[in-house]
Every structure is written in structure tokens, then in C-alpha cells.
Write a protein that binds this ligand. Structure first.
Ligand SMILES: [Zn+2]
Length: 184
């Protein structure tokens, strides 16, 4: 626990140095200096959080080939999302089948539409995900818990080289993500 709080303080300091605030509220950010947020991709910058945006979410991801971007096949009941691929390629699983996106392509995801993106090809995929309204970003993982059968949210535990996801309702382990690759 002591290690965790020390790490949290260090990360907060890094965030401060990554963002410069001007007198009228403008904020300039050095994105690479923003600490990564726990995520299956291991490289996730929550730029909206770093600059204090309140109306929309703005996340940057870098995913190695095979890595899955979100925690699971999920939907946001009251929240729109737009993915834009900067480089590499991703395949997005949707209710309408798999949709492949290459660099320069974007996918709009309407509220309540399930999706899960993963990087494909030979090079890492870099993408931006914008979502709004930020205040309605509740997420439902549309993968029934194998233990209790409920379509529940997940909790995660960082064990250093692996993230372990568990059912928020019954506590059963549902998924593990290893460092640098996803395992479902
Ligand atoms: Zn469960």
C-alpha cells in the first residue's frame, strides 16, 4: 500500500509537469509526459483528465499487434464515441461484425452499440478515442460473467506483469492481460 501511494504521488507530479496552465485557463500538454493509465494496451494517455476537460473524453492509445484496447466487449448506454486511427490498423468487433480501420480512418460508435478494438498487422496501432458527454460514460461489459452469468462491470487488479479482471458482482476472475499482449 505504501508503494502504491508513493507511485500515485510520483504520477501526479509527472502530470503537473506535463501540463502548463495559462492565466485564462488554456492548458498546453506534452502528451508523452502524461503517465499511462492502467489499460490492456499499457499505453493509454487520458488527455482529457490531464487537462481537466469536463464535457468530453479524449484518450490516446498505442496498441501492439494483438493487443485489445478496451477491458472487454462493452457498450456505453448514454455516450457517443469516435475512434480515429493515426497509424497502424485495428479491427473493431461490433454488433454488425468486424470492421477494419487503417490509418486515416475513423469509426463512429453510437450510444449502446457494443464494441471492442484490437490492433492487427505488423506495427503498433495508434488511435484517438473521443467520447461525450463525459458525465455519462458508464460502461457495461457485454460478456456475461462465467461464474454468476450477469452482464456486469469489472474490477481490475494490477499485479505488475499482469492485470486481473474480476466480476464486480460476484468477484470471480474473468480475464487476465499480460504485459504487452492480451489474453482472453
Ligand atoms: Zn459474476
Amino acid at each position: 500500500m505504501t508503494d502504491d501511494s508513493t507511485e500515485a504521488e510520483a504520477e501526479a507530479g509527472e502530470t503537473d509537469s506535463a501540463v502548463e496552465t495559462y492565466p485564462s485557463g488554456y492548458r498546453r500538454a506534452v502528451v508523452d509526459a502524461i503517465p499511462d493509465t492502467p489499460n490492456p494496451t499499457r499505453r493509454k494517455k487520458e488527455l482529457d483528465e490531464a487537462v481537466g476537460a469536463t464535457a468530453f473524453g479524449f484518450n490516446l492509445y498505442e496498441a501492439a499487434p494483438g493487443e485489445q484496447v478496451p477491458w472487454g466487449y462493452h457498450r456505453h448506454p448514454d455516450h457517443e464515441e469516435l475512434f480515429y486511427v493515426l497509424s497502424g490498423s485495428v479491427v473493431v468487433e461490433t454488433a454488425d461484425g468486424e470492421i477494419e480501420l487503417g490509418a486515416g480512418e475513423a469509426l463512429f460508435v453510437p450510444p449502446d452499440a457494443p464494441n471492442r478494438a484490437r490492433a492487427v498487422g505488423e506495427e503498433p496501432a495508434r488511435l484517438i478515442a473521443v467520447g461525450a458527454p463525459k458525465s455519462a460514460d458508464d460502461s457495461r461489459i457485454s460478456e456475461p460473467c462465467p461464474a454468476c452469468g450477469a452482464e456486469t462491470d469489472r474490477t481490475y487488479e494490477d499485479r505488475g506483469d499482469v492485470y486481473v479482471l474480476s466480476c464486480a458482482a460476484c468477484g470471480a476472475e474473468t480475464t487476465r492481460f499480460g504485459a504487452g499482449s492480451s489474453e482472453t
